[in-house]
Design a protein around this ligand. Structure first.
Ligand code: ZN
Ligand code: ZN
Length: 350
């Protein structure tokens, strides 16, 4: 079969590789759609992990079951439509024993961990381990494969708003209008909030407008904290979400929420520069609640698929580019340019 492989920094090549064997307790999936994720881009820029040269990336996957392992007869059938998300937890660490699977100490990531081939390929094996400890759900009837693959970046956004209890009338500030920031706009609005979004790049501000924020701020033109205070009559926002990898905006987020407001650190910072500076007195005297969100419980993926089926976001609003498997190198370069939102690869004709 054909697959795209990481071969070096900023290097991904499409070539012929052996078909994955059918696991006796697993499935072979014909990949129909696979999204390019920010984490794929990070790995592409840095090159494969040691020991993972030739790794097939891709973890925002949807497809059709082509073959069913002996042990799964009756549970799955050829033709079943499935969506897959990347996390595979160990099942026995401190966190797994409490059901906090996304925080597993030994998390394996499909498309990244050596031995866990991803979805930029014509076919991929879904092993028994992935079915047991990973995240695989059926596509709701009528949901497109592209929408099914889009259900992967959505669950962590849903989890963030569940933790923050985003509610009717809340003023929510989303900093960063990449694909994740745009999903935050959509989810916050669905929960009844009003949204201000901040984004430096003009093309991305135009794309973000499709999700219906009340205010779009260019922080290179206007001071973000002042813009939020203006918007809220001097009070400050209820919730600020840092959906970007910039430490300075975390500092702003603490300054632009009201007392007892919430700040969500959603985007990771660069590994080489993870430190951030926050006004401790503002957090203390203002009783500001600040927390991180990373990945999600598997059940949130099921909810994301359901919400996609209910039309929470129009796939065409978020998918700005679609490429064939052969065009995967171009898909990565396009995603890296930052004028796109979600870039999708469709290895089989839809
Ligand atoms: Zn992803
Ligand atoms: Zn674990």
């Amino acid at each position: 079969m054909k697959a795209a492989l990481f071969t070096g920094p900023e290097e991904i090549v499409v070539r012929e590789v052996p078909d994955p064997p059918l696991p006796p307790d697993g499935l072979i999936l014909q990949v129909m759609a696979c999204g390019v994720c920010g984490s794929d881009l990070r790995r592409w820029r840095q090159g494969p992990l040691p020991g993972a040269e030739g790794q097939i990336p891709g973890h925002e996957v949807s497809g059709v079951v082509m073959a069913v392992g002996e042990a799964l007869r009756g549970r799955y059938r050829e033709g079943d439509r499935l969506a897959l998300a990347p996390d595979v937890h160990c099942g026995h660490c401190y966190y797994c024993r409490r059901g906090w699977y996304n925080l597993c100490d030994d998390l394996r990531i499909v498309g990244i961990t050596p031995g866990y081939a991803g979805g930029f390929a014509e076919r991929m094996a879904i092993t028994g381990e992935i079915l047991q400890n990973g995240i695989v759900h059926p596509l709701p009837e009528g949901l497109s494969f592209v929408a099914g693959a889009l259900a992967e970046p959505l669950p962590s956004v849903l989890a963030a708003h569940q933790m923050a209890q985003t509610s009717l009338g809340d003023r929510v500030v989303v900093i960063g209008a990449g694909p994740i920031g745009c999903l935050h706009i959509a989810v916050a609005k669905r929960r009844g909030a009003r949204v201000l979004v901040a984004q430096r790049s003009a093309p991305r501000r135009a794309l973000a407008a499709r999700f219906g924020p009340e205010v779009i701020v260019d922080p290179t033109e206007h001071d973000l904290v002042e813009a939020v205070l203006d918007w809220t009559g001097g009070l400050g926002a209820d919730i600020a979400i840092c959906a970007n990898p910039v430490a300075a905006t975390q500092e702003q987020a603490v300054r632009l929420v009201r007392k007892r407001g919430q700040v969500i650190l959603f985007g990771g910072l660069p590994r080489s520069a993870p430190m951030t500076t926050l006004d401790g007195n503002r957090i203390h005297y203002g009783e500001i609640r600040l927390f991180g969100v990373f990945s999600y419980h598997p059940s949130m993926h099921e909810l994301a698929l359901q919400m996609m089926a209910e039309g929470l976001v129009a796939p065409e609003h978020i998918v700005t580019h679609t490429f064939t498997l052969e065009e995967t190198p171009l898909a990565f370069r396009t995603a890296a340019q930052g004028e796109s939102l979600k870039v999708m690869v469709t290895p089989s004709a839809l």
